[in-house]
Design a protein around this ligand. Structure first.
Ligand SMILES: [Zn+2]
Length: 161
């Protein structure tokens, strides 16, 4: 697959990130779960929904600590982010039964990162033919309700330990 998997959310997200005061990840972890779309909180890292998802259930996993340097992540942070990404797939499997995932890091603006100074991993569920309904999900008018419902479902389906 050679097309740019990470491109569709980029423009909206970059625009949004630039307009926002402060770091979206630091703001999200300080807020309440529902309005911040936080799905799960770990010890060193947390999981939230992307407000501009590429697919339904598009998760992001970020350390609590504000750092834009991937190499600066501690072993505890790196391990927990990896673990939470796996748990997120477990929750997604229960709720949306995706047929695959894209899981990865966009580091630096040139690599597609909308937020460059707080590293985060994307977990994007994939289904056969999913490119066909992406534009529908990307409609900002239908998103808020959809996102709240998705957050609730995934938080409830989060695997234990
Ligand atoms: Zn931050």
């Amino acid at each position: 697959m050679t097309r740019q998997l990470w491109a569709p959310w980029r423009l909206e997200y970059i625009q949004s990130a630039d307009q926002q005061e402060g770091c979206v990840f630091c703001l999200a972890q300080a807020g309440d779960d529902e309005s911040s779309l936080v799905v799960h909180r770990g010890e060193h890292a947390f999981v939230l929904l992307n407000k501009f998802p590429y697919a339904s259930g598009h998760l992001m996993v970020a350390p609590y600590r504000h750092t834009g340097d991937f190499a600066d992540l501690s072993a505890e942070e790196a391990i927990e982010i990896h673990h939470l990404a796996g748990q997120g797939m477990g929750a997604l499997a229960q709720v949306y039964a995706p047929q695959g995932y894209n899981a990865g890091w966009n580091l630096g603006r040139i690599a597609g990162a909308g937020v460059v100074d707080h590293v985060h991993q994307h977990v994007v569920p994939r289904w056969v033919g999913d490119t066909n309904f992406m534009p529908v999900l990307a409609d900002v008018k239908v998103l808020p309700e959809h996102l709240l419902e998705t957050r609730e479902k995934l938080a409830r389906a989060w695997p234990v330990a």
